[in-house]
Design a protein around this ligand. Structure first.
Ligand SMILES: Nc1nc2c(c(=O)[nH]1)N[C@H]1C(S)=C(S)[C@@H](COP(=O)(O)O)O[C@H]1N2
Ligand SMILES: [Mo]
Length: 263
């Protein structure tokens, strides 16, 4: 699925609004025939009725598209299988060099100092102590070769290693019934994920790339790596992790990308 960078839509541009709404309509629903039907039969009137928004001005168009995207989140959360594993690959298939991507150029990658670094952990957790990198390296480590899919139209296979995020959440005594886990990064990036994905066995708090300390461009000191989610859901340069029931949004999500962002 390729989604261009979000664009501002005008209330006057009916076809563009429908095109956007069709893309947001549960793109990952398991029944392609039913999805195709919904997408084909969607009209501007139908969209207005579905969402209760008039579509008469730019704000109401925005609201309607957001409503469709939230509906899509619920469908994806409903079909997400916490035991289904994303494909893994042999090391011979790793993409070299692995692509770099961020909302800025590689020359602006944040340089985080390991000695002074502390990972902040807050919100609905029993233990709100900050972590040093060395303590995370002391926990059980796993390696995984998986495919990263970016909505800008490329994908690549890479090898990430680190702590299973579910182990980390257990260690800090996170409330597993909470809805969201949010992330703040050393650049101005931020994102958040659903608890089911946070607890998925392939969700890693990655400390290494291809067997070596995570390089700056791929997210030093740590990145959340989820092969079940699109690239923009995988935060690099994580500085703070918080568990919450209040919807935290995300850098791209707040500009129109779908929040669940399953791949
Ligand atoms: N902190 C931070 N994390 C980020 C981004 C970013 O700009 N800043 N971009 C996201 C996007 S859109 C992609 S595709 C991946 C790119 O990761 P890579 O550089 O390891 O390929 O990082 C994601 N995580
Ligand atoms: Mo991306």
């Amino acid at each position: 699925m390729k989604i261009p960078k979000p664009v501002a839509l005008s209330a006057l541009d009916g076809p563009a609004i429908l095109k956007e709404a069709r893309k947001l309509l549960a793109p990952r629903i398991q029944q392609p025939a039913r999805r195709a039907f919904l997408q084909r039969t969607l009209t501007l009137g139908g969209l207005a009725m579905l969402t209760g928004c008039s579509l008469s001005d730019d704000d109401s168009v925005e609201q309607a598209l957001t409503a469709i995207s939230r509906f899509n989140d619920r469908v994806q959360a409903g079909i997400f299988d916490p035991h289904q594993l994303a494909p893994t690959y042999p090391e011979s298939m790793i993409t070299r060099p692995f692509p770099f991507n961020a909302y800025y150029g590689i020359e602006h990658v944040p340089q985080v100092d390991e000695a002074s670094f502390r990972l902040e952990v807050t919100g609905l957790v029993a233990d709100r102590r900050a972590w040093r990198l060395q303590e995370l390296r002391g926990m059980a480590q796993v390696d995984q070769v998986t495919r990263h899919i970016c909505v800008e139209g490329w994908s690549a296979i890479g090898k990430w290693g680190g702590v299973r995020f579910s182990d980390f959440l257990e260690r800090v005594g996170a409330d597993r019934r909470a809805k969201y886990v949010g992330f703040k990064c050393a650049d101005d990036y931020y994102t958040s994920i659903d608890m089911a994905t946070a607890l998925h066995p392939q969700t890693l708090l990655a400390l290494t790339y291809d067997g070596r300390t995570l390089p700056a461009e791929y997210g030093f000191p740590m990145k959340l790596r989820m092969p079940t989610k699109l690239g923009y859901k995988n935060p690099k340069h994580i500085q703070a992790i918080f568990v919450t029931n209040t919807y935290p949004g995300g850098y791209w999500e707040d500009q129109g990308y779908n929040w669940f962002g399953g791949s």
